[in-house]
Design a protein around this ligand. Sequence first.
Ligand SMILES: NC(=O)c1ccc[n+]([C@@H]2O[C@H](COP(=O)([O-])OP(=O)(O)OC[C@H]3O[C@@H](n4cnc5c(N)ncnc54)[C@H](O)[C@@H]3O)[C@@H](O)[C@H]2O)c1
Length: 271
Amino acid sequence: MRFVDRVAIVTGGGGHGLGGAIARSLAGEGARVAVADRDRDMAESVAAAITAAGGEALAVAVDVRRPDQVEAMAETVFEAFGGADILVNNAFTSCPDSILDADLDDWMRDVDVILKGAFLCARAVLPAMRERRRGAIVNVSTVNAHTYVGASAYSAAKAGVESLSRSIAVEYARHGIRSNVVVPGTFATEAWELRRQRHPDILDRLAHWYPTGRIGRVEEIAAAVLFLASDEAGWITGATLPVDGGLLAGNPWFARDAHPDDQPASGEEAQ
Ligand SMILES: NC(=O)c1ccc[n+]([C@@H]2O[C@H](COP(=O)([O-])OP(=O)(O)OC[C@H]3O[C@@H](n4cnc5c(N)ncnc54)[C@H](O)[C@@H]3O)[C@@H](O)[C@H]2O)c1
């Protein structure tokens, strides 16, 4: 129970994918959790699941793009729980785009939800964290921030969040506040559902690109987020932690073509 006496806010926490899993995991280790989501029903359903499991949760409807709503969300959490110790910036949208065809409104929506949203949420909780002289912000990025995988707005916004995380880390370290990033690879969440309906084998095909030969499990992201949010990571700040089955570490298929005469011994090949 690493988070007894801690208050956590998880944006996009109503999501059935990583956001909800992170919220439930934090609550499972004793945190009082604000499930902050644009979709009130989804936020309430995750909060209800936490409460049913014996935890403490509060559903808050918020559009993280809106400064007034973000400030109101923070106030609601402070009033209900007396402060905030942990912020997980998880909310996102992603429009499919190619640069020349991108719809500017959709492009800017992704930047606003991901980058402006993370900035506004951090700004809303930092004063309270500074007052308590403790706080941990965990920003959920993506491998797209490091290597081309399409979705230029989403990818650029996430790269911006990684930079923002380092700014917060350095500016607020002396106030006992840490800021870190997790970099997920692929997880079978609803974000993939449309593509999976059209291409039923899409996640199997993606698994092939991972050195570990599989995509991620949501509990593996939750474990990394909880570690970075916990006191165990007390001297880790400004860090970027890939949780990607080795995807960003390199590409076995490239290596095989680059060294055709130098293949791994039988049984060690990439799957
Ligand atoms: N699923 C993946 O394969 C994958 C891969 C890499 C990174 N990620 C990252 O992991 C995080 C979670 O992804 P997921 O697919 O599990 O989604 P999720 O299930 O956590 O759902 C995201 C939530 O964000 C909410 N949201 C969207 N716009 C919002 C706004 N303006 N204000 C407040 N809430 C808003 C949605 O309502 C939704 O509930 C995201 O940051 C995503 O970029 C996911």
